[in-house]
Design a protein around this ligand. Structure first.
Ligand code: GDP
Ligand code: IMO
Ligand code: MG
Length: 417
């Protein structure tokens, strides 16, 4: 009964999409378990580049079933756009997309509410993706959110939709043109929900059937563990739980089904949005990494903040996820640096992911760089010695075997050790 969970161990964008697509070659199903269209997962395959937001990356492989768990949140309009975008690239999801009937929906008013709340926070803003993620989770836990299954009872559905439309209109200072725009978006939301209801499924039951037949199910995480609302850099976090434990809750299987927890770590660190980042390089080295790694957000296009690899944080997130192995991605981006640094501790032995995280001062170990271009390399022995030393230094800090290294965005650009 194998379930492999794939999770990000930093602040997101570690290359989860690329690795899920790589691993999906052996899977019957890939199931997204956290977040919504705040995520951006890139896959390069068949000479094309796909950007997935809520659809599981496994769908890029035509024989894989894609599922979306109940702890994800969904904007029905944007998921239909995503499905159409895949179709335009010759990939149909018909008959192989299953969305939990219990998933909570993002009403169009939530984006306006989020925009207002980010503006109200003034200097303390989170820098969200603006996709209505926070308000959707807030309403889920307030216990009056709209679930996909509500659309099967039109009276209930319309009452809920009207409630949330009224709440947006009453709590925001909208002018008449904006109210009209919101009403028009609500009509589109209703239509889209009806259309997407066709994919509604009991995801837990479907997974149980795959597992009974011994098929590999990959649980695809989104965001990164440092954005988790419990264990991340609170309050600069997202609202959906995104560590490995959340896969069981969202998809409805028990922990005993899990055979692997694969942590994805970038060879350096990036972060989008506000919040502490102890190893940030707000200088020409950070800019060099950003350009070499094309570090601009897949969802919002924002430049990602870049910094050195943080071994303390990576060790911490590997622990809270219970990682059995780690994949180190984007190693090729570090070619051409004279020297590289890894954070091995913080001054005074301090550690926190809470409100005083921005007081942490990193202590670094310096390693030799390498000049060779290693992009697309698939053999461990062919890596320059300094690159191998770098991987081993990461492994030592993380305390979990680095069993694979990604050397390019392409599906097959992976070294297995
Ligand atoms: P995700 O959110 O974790 O799925 O990561 P993103 O897709 O948002 O960002 C990772 C970026 O790095 C994407 O542009 C990928 O195509 C790219 N990528 C993934 N792995 C590698 C790698 O090993 N080397 C290089 N150069 N690019 C990679
Ligand atoms: P993937 O799956 C990077 C960040 C946002 C913001 C914070 C809260 O591609 O790794 P939200 O809109 O979720 O309320 O924003 O979380 N964030 C991500 N950063 N990668 C992601 O996903 C992210 N999803 C959310 O930038 O700082
Ligand atoms: Mg991403």
């Amino acid at each position: 009964m194998p379930v492999s969970i794939v999770v990000g161990l930093q602040w997101g964008d570690e290359g989860k999409g690329k690795m899920v697509d790589h691993l999906a070659a052996k899977a019957v199903a890939v199931a997204r378990f956290s977040g919504g269209a705040n995520a951006g997962h890139s896959v390069e395959a068949e000479g094309k580049r796909f950007a997935l937001h809520l659809l599981p990356c496994g769908l890029v492989r035509r024989d894989v079933i894609g599922m979306i768990g109940s702890a994800c949140v969904m904007d029905p309009v944007t998921i239909l756009e995503e499905i159409k975008s895949l179709e335009r690239n010759g990939i149909s999801v018909e008959g192989r997309l299953k969305i939990s009937s219990k998933i909570n929906l993002t009403h169009p008013g939530y984006r306006w509410i989020e925009k207002q709340s980010e503006a109200d926070l003034a200097n303390g803003k989170i820098g969200t993706t603006g996709r209505g993620i926070g308000p959707t989770y807030e309403r889920k836990f307030r216990r009056n959110a709209i679930r996909l299954e509500d659309v099967f009872n039109m009276d209930t559905f319309k009452t809920l939709v009207d409630f949330h439309t009224d709440e947006a209109v009453n709590s925001l200072n909208l002018d008449s043109a904006e109210v009209e725009m919101l009403h028009s978006d609500v009509e589109k939301f209703i239509e889209a929900t009806r259309e997407v209801a066709h994919y509604s499924d009991d995801v837990s039951l479907s997974i149980a059937r795959f597992l009974a037949e011994d098929g590999l199910v990959i649980a695809e995480g989104a965001q990164g563990s440092l954005l988790d609302p419990d264990h991340g850099s609170y309050p600069y976090v997202t609202c959906g739980q995104c560590i490995s434990g959340a896969a069981c809750t969202s998809l409805g299987f028990g922990p005993a089904s899990v055979t692997d927890v694969i942590g994805i770590l970038k060879a350096y660190t990036t972060r989008v949005g506000a919040g502490p980042f102890p190893t940030e390089l707000d200088n020409e080295i950070g800019e060099k990494i950003r350009q070499a790694g094309h570090e601009f957000g897949t969802t919002t296009g924002r430049p990602r903040r870049c910094g050195w690899f943080d071994g303390v944080l990576a060790g911490y997130t590997a622990r809270i996820n219970g990682c059995s192995s780690v994949t180190l991605t984007l190693l090729d981006v570090l070619s051409g640096f004279d020297e590289l640094k890894i954070c091995t501790g913080y001054q005074g032995g301090k550690f926190t992911t809470g409100r005083s995280m921005d007081e942490l001062v990193p202590v670094y170990e310096t390693l030799s760089g390498w000049t060779e271009d290693i992009r697309g390399e698939t053999e461990w022995e062919n890596l320059p010695e300094a690159a191998r030393e770098y991987v081993l230094a990461v492994e030592k800090m993380v305390g979990v075997p680095v069993t694979s290294v990604s050397t390019g965005p392409g599906r097959d650009d992976v070294i297995w050790r």
